[in-house]
Design a protein around this ligand. Structure first.
Ligand SMILES: [Fe+2]
Length: 379
């Protein structure tokens, strides 16, 4: 168990705390996972207090296979080919309910895995517009994993996560998994006041994900919701003068801390960590919308600014995003839910709020998109 910082006792306690803070830097990891925190015995066979995992072939494993750096590739967003009236996606009998005025929808009556190519094109555009969509009663989790991957990879080649566990034989599937009877949620709140970690996924990559899929395999009866924020509205909320100032600025995004945190807990690094420079305001390739593209998990420094200047501006932007509950939605998970978001124009945060030892198990399919780019300020 991690020593509490309030103990203020031995030198050893101080050194452990110092090392821990140094490794983490700004990176805040509320969902630490590794082979030794995964209780395979309980997950596979169940225990007196927990049923076995519903999807044991999706349990996470960590191998020591190393992957080379990503090479640039030409991304194509299928939302470009979509009929904007969505005749192949929102057919008769489909129900679309907005989650909030600014972001998010819940959809019933669509089976994603059965969509035609035209329907898949429309899905990309629909998600780009709604930012995040919860599709209920889906069969994605019940398909063979390869079929689920084939479905998602229409949108781009999968990202292989640099540290997360993956189903055996499928490193292109990213898993979020907390074993039944796991106690790290309790331990976590001995050191942190909240579990909120606003970010867009793997923004340190040269070509971060676009249309992204996350589906529930097993979850607590209450809690473990996911928060989403609309980064296009976050951009629009700023004054024209302030937005004008942001244009032309770029920032360093780092994957180093995530790898360091993984190695520090004895886990893996599949790829040499990298840092990448992206514009602070990016443009969506299909809708043309501009969106803020910084996050406290991976963005480190505004290029050309001195450290204090960079910290000052980034803190303002992070606070702006975190405080704007009026551009956020909270997505609740149910069995069969697939949440699809556009990672280019949203941020999200997991919520670690259930401490009763229930299992939480999700899989992410993560097609990579274009290299972020900006277009000129338009007022
Ligand atoms: Fe994420």
């Amino acid at each position: 168990m991690a020593p509490s910082l309030v103990e203020n006792g031995t030198n050893n306690t101080a050194e452990v705390a110092y090392l821990k803070d140094r490794r983490q830097a700004n990176y805040k990891e509320a969902f630490q996972q590794a082979a030794d925190t995964t209780q395979y015995e309980t997950e596979i066979n169940g225990s007196e207090t927990a049923p076995p995992a519903k999807y044991p072939h999706y349990l996470p494993y960590w191998d020591d296979v190393k992957y080379p750096p990503y090479e640039p590739f030409e991304a194509y967003d299928h939302g470009r080919d979509a009929d904007p009236t969505f005749p192949n996606l929102i057919k008769e009998g489909v129900n679309v309910k907005d989650l909030t005025a600014n972001i998010g929808a819940e959809v019933t009556g669509v089976q994603l895995s059965k969509l035609s190519r035209a329907g898949q094109d429309e899905l990309a555009l629909f998600v780009a517009q709604k930012k995040v969509v919860a599709f209920r009663n889906q069969d994605l989790a019940d398909l063979p994993i390869q079929e689920a991957l084939d479905f998602a990879e229409y949108y781009g080649p999968s990202h292989i996560h640099q540290t997360s566990g993956a189903p055996k034989g499928f490193p292109r599937v990213h898993l979020v998994h907390r074993s039944a009877n796991d106690t790290t949620a309790k331990t976590y709140f001995e050191e942190r006041t909240n579990s909120i970690t606003w970010h867009s996924d793997v923004t340190f990559e040269l070509q971060p994900p676009g249309t992204t899929f996350l589906y529930l395999l097993d979850g607590p009866t209450a809690g473990g919701d996911t928060l989403f924020g609309n980064m296009a509205v976050a951009y629009q909320r700023l004054s024209p003068e302030f937005r004008k100032r942001l244009h032309g600025l770029s920032a360093v995004h780092s994957g180093h801390e995530q790898v360091q945190a993984s190695i520090a807990r004895g886990s893996i690094a599949r790829r040499e960590p990298i840092s990448t420079i992206h514009p602070i305001v990016r443009t969506h390739p299909v809708t043309g919308e501009k969106a803020l593209f910084v996050n406290p998990q991976f963005t480190r420094r505004i290029v050309g600014y001195k450290k204090e200047e960079s910290d000052f501006l980034l803190k303002f932007l992070y606070d702006h995003i975190a405080l704007s509950a009026d551009l956020q939605a909270r997505v609740k998970w149910e069995a069969g839910t697939v949440v699809v978001w556009d990672n280019r124009v949203t941020c999200h945060s997991a919520i670690l709020d259930w401490q009763d030892g229930q299992r939480r198990h999700l899989a992410r399919l993560t097609p990579r998109g274009e290299r972020p780019y900006e277009t000129p300020f338009e007022g």
